[in-house]
Design a protein around this ligand. Structure first.
Ligand SMILES: C[S@@+](CC[C@H](N)C(=O)[O-])C[C@H]1O[C@@H](n2cnc3c(N)ncnc32)[C@H](O)[C@@H]1O
Length: 211
């Protein structure tokens, strides 16, 4: 799988054109990490949440259950094929409170100040300062932000390290920053906490924007 030194949105669009149709089936194994992370968002009915690089909308059901029909879910993704599946999912479930934005996160035009933001398995976006800043600019003071994703485990467990990086290379366009994917968030948000799972191959990070 090809990767580059920096996130490459054209490469992401090309990769996910091929990945979209089998994506949900292949990534079912990470559902539990998505759920554990969304729990940390402590969403309440009526709140607005941004699902950053939402892909096929794999997190929508859990998010919808928490914000209810009075809430609002804004999904952003650069891949037309992934977003088409997210649109289909929202339509099938009659989630009329879902707004989908087809754009790169750094350029997405958001029309709301959200209460919370989810970055789920979106390493490329977390390596883009402009993308992070665009999301942070559209959060209310004291908003909750969580990130979950793959990372490089320690080299001491070499097979796990190698497999984790191979999987990472399939779903990202850069492995730059894969040791500490949350680093750019941590430099902007005081008190970011990080937990690790799966022998260090998965991380969960949470923080709040300043009040
Ligand atoms: C591994 S998938 C994760 C999808 C979803 N968040 C999940 O939990 O399954 C990564 C997603 O990031 C999207 N992506 C990559 N770079 C992006 C960018 N610059 N702006 C918006 N979406 C991007 C891809 O199109 C893809 O849908």
């Amino acid at each position: 799988m090809s990767t580059s030194a920096q996130p490459d949105r054209e490469l992401a669009v090309a990769k996910y054109r091929g990945e979209a149709s089998a994506y949900d089936r292949r990534t079912r194994v990470i559902d539990r990490y998505r759920r554990q992370t969304i729990k940390r968002l402590t969403l309440a009915p009526g709140e607005t949440v941004i699902d950053v690089a939402c892909g096929t909308g794999a997190s929508f059901e859990v998010l919808e259950r928490q914000i209810g029909s009075q809430g609002r879910l804004i999904g952003i993704d650069v891949s037309p094929e992934m977003l088409a599946l997210a649109r289909e999912r929202a339509k099938c479930h009659h989630w009329d409170n879902v707004t989908l934005i087809a754009a790169s996160v750094d350029e997405a035009q958001l029309d709301a100040q959200a209460d919370a933001a989810l970055f789920s398995f979106t390493h490329d976006v977390l390596q883009s300062p402009a993308a992070i800043d665009n999301v942070l600019a559209h959060l209310v003071p004291g908003a909750r932000l969580v990130a979950v994703g793959g990372k490089s485990p320690s080299r001491w467990i070499l097979p796990v390290h190698l497999v984790a990086r191979r999987i990472g290379a399939r779903y990202t366009t850069t492995l730059t920053g894969y040791d500490r994917p949350w680093q750019q968030l941590a430099s902007r948000l005081d008190g970011l906490t990080v937990e690790q799972r799966a022998l260090g191959a998965v991380y969960l990070a949470s923080a709040r924007t300043p009040s």
